[in-house]
Design a protein. Structure first.
Length: 309
């Protein structure tokens, strides 16, 4: 990269180029050091950016690893349609690990009641999928600014033979050097977007002209209010007394299981409007829109110790 050209660019673009180069370096390091990586792809904005970076890392060759989606069966239909379209356009290999299959096989137990969610059940499905296909590394789109437990995690996050994470047993990562050596049965989760913020992700989406699922932009939807959050109505979501559905103009900051992912009221219907909205907010996306992260101070860390993303 020509430093003289770089110096004439706006500061935000220079920052994005630095982040992009770092992430591509990380992705290539994994491909060089590990035997069988996989990219965890949800159809959400972070995994979309991660996929674009992976495509750039190996261009003009194709992706040297498959994608895997842990499907709760309670996903937003718009996201599943987007996922299938993008995978077809790229000609990528997609593996779908189904939470419903885990339930049917007796590997996971369906929660019941108005606050039931399949979000926590994803851990079993993910670990089974990684073992079944022999993956020793899994790329994830998590960022350190999402949630405090994420901030404890290194870019190379090592997992033991049970897929569990020990925050006290992490390796130093100095001078962009990553040690990918693992023992039998061990694996590593890799987070190339660790040093990105939500605003960085949105600015990169705008700079690259990336398409996104429509739910990321303002639209009218039937929702109901619970605990200060707006949830989409669905056949599998049981309401508490007094939770009457109504129409509202909303958008989503993150995607996931419909039963625990909240919308925000918004009129931001374009990329430019969303970027401006994110630049002005002081609340993290998970803190504002994910019910499972409100369970307790250590909710995310507890799940990660069990093998979660």
């Amino acid at each position: 990269m020509n430093p003289h050209v770089l110096s004439t660019e706006p500061k935000a673009m220079r920052n994005l180029r630095v982040l992009e180069a770092e992430s591509i370096h990380i992705i290539r390091e994994v491909a060089a050091q590990l035997e069988r990586p996989v990219l965890l792809f949800s159809g959400g904005k972070d995994s979309i950016v991660l996929l674009r970076l992976a495509v750039k890392a190996f261009r003009p060759a194709g992706l040297p690893f498959p994608l895997m989606h842990v499907d709760t069966g309670h996903n937003f239909p718009e996201v599943i349609a987007y996922r299938d379209q993008l995978v077809a356009e790229l000609g990528a290999e997609l593996i779908v690990a189904s939470v419903q299959d885990s339930i049917d096989a007796g590997r996971a137990t369906e929660e019941t009641g108005p606050r039931a969610s399949r979000n926590r059940l994803q851990t079993v499905t993910l670990l089974d999928g990684l073992r079944q296909h022999g993956f020793d590394a899994a790329f994830g789109g998590a960022r350190r600014d999402e949630e405090r437990a994420r901030a404890k995690e290194r870019i190379f996050s090592f997992r033991d033979g049970l897929g569990q994470w020990d925050p006290r047993a992490q390796r130093p990562e100095l001078w962009n050097l990553y040690n990918g050596a693992i023992g039998p049965g061990e694996s590593v989760r890799v987070f190339p977007l660790s040093n990105w913020t939500e605003l960085d992700v949105w600015q990169y989406i705008a700079a690259e002209g990336l398409d996104l699922p429509s739910i990321y932009f303002a639209h009218e939807r039937e929702v109901f209010s619970r605990d200060g959050m707006l949830y989409a109505t669905a056949d599998f979501v049981e309401h508490l007394p007094g939770e009457e559905p109504f129409r509202a103009t909303v958008r989503y900051r993150t995607v996931g299981d419909m039963s625990c992912t909240g919308a925000v009221r918004s009129q931001a219907a374009t990329l430019e409007a969303v970027v401006a909205e994110i630049a002005a907010t002081r609340i993290t996306e998970r803190g504002e829109t994910r019910a499972d992260d409100r369970v307790g101070e250590a909710a995310m860390e507890d799940r990660k110790r069990e093998g979660y993303f």
